[in-house]
Write a protein of this length. Structure first.
Length: 299
């Protein structure tokens, strides 16, 4: 497999995995969850090092995933009390876990280069150099990892689509009809946490946060139904992956940065020209109405 194909496939699988979940975060106003997870995983990294004396990628991913799940469960528990909003719950939980991780690093690993940048935050340009051999073929390890996460997210949406739709738009209706909104909501947030942590080591936290939020925000402006919103979110993610890689090669720039900028450009275009909500579209529609109102009445 060529290096170019490995990077594009990795970014595309990330776009798919994140695009399946991102719309639910946007609609539930929990878009900062991915950024919270990126900080809350530090105690898991420290714990893995203390228990095994290792910073091996798989062990780190498992340890980080455990604390990512703790983070999202804590956020959901606070949110379900009804005393704080989602954004406040996120802002309350992840600083505590991050502070715990900082204390762990300074107290138990002060002489070791053990931090987020050195253990779990990756760079997508290095994807072709981290490989596994599968069925006699050497492939970038990010491809089977993100492929498995994408498949799990697809299964989650396939099994619980009705429930996810109900808890997103009307949690009260879901509760009355016995759709277990708390359980489904926790499954969604755990899927987000596992997706983010699995992708951190391969592509870097900034690109993960970008793919979870920006395509979903753009598709929110372009669509009025949930299923098209998910599909458009995935499509924008792929456009960002392919277009960003091409731009990065042409400009000799950061691949992850270029993908993020293409995603932001897609959002800007949606913000300006979306059929129903675009700023330019609204101005044109308003100008046409005014022009029609000024036409003289014909006798």
């Amino acid at each position: 497999m060529s290096d170019d194909l490995a990077i594009i496939l990795t970014a595309g699988l990330l776009a798919t995995a994140c695009g399946l979940l991102g719309p639910f975060l946007v609609l539930r106003r929990q878009v900062l969850l991915s950024d919270a997870v990126s900080h809350a995983v530090l105690p898991g990294i420290v714990l893995v090092f203390l228990l095994f004396g290792s910073r091996a990628p798989l062990a780190v991913i498992v340890g980080a995933a455990c604390f990512a799940v703790i983070c999202v469960l804590g956020i959901e528990a606070l949110r379900n009390t009804g005393l704080v909003h989602s954004d406040a719950a996120i802002g309350l939980v992840f600083p505590v876990l991050f502070a715990l991780g900082v204390i762990g690093v300074t107290r138990f690993a002060g002489n070791v280069h053990l931090d987020l940048d050195s253990t779990i935050y990756g760079e997508i340009a290095f994807t072709p150099f981290r490989t596994w051999e599968l069925f006699g073929v050497e492939v970038a390890r990010s491809i089977p990892l993100l492929g498995a996460v994408t498949a799990i997210n697809l299964v989650l949406l396939g099994l619980f689509w009705k429930e996810l739709k109900a808890i997103t738009f009307d949690p009260g209706f879901a509760r009355v009809n016995g759709l277990r909104p708390v359980l489904i909501s926790r499954l969604l947030l755990i899927a987000v946490a596992v997706t983010a942590v699995t992708a951190f080591e391969s592509v870097g936290a900034i690109l993960v946060v970008t793919m979870l939020i920006v395509p979903a925000a753009a598709s929110y402006l372009l669509t009025v139904r949930l299923l098209p919103m998910v599909a458009v979110s995935v499509a924008i993610g792929w456009v960002s992956a392919v277009g960003g890689y091409g731009s990065a090669v042409a400009l000799d720039a950061s691949i992850g940065g270029a993908m993020g900028l293409v995603a932001a450009a897609c959002f800007a275009l949606a913000l300006l020209f979306a059929p129903r909500y675009g700023r330019v579209t609204r101005l044109v529609r308003r100008a046409r109405r005014r022009g029609g109102a000024r036409l003289p009445v014909q006798g």
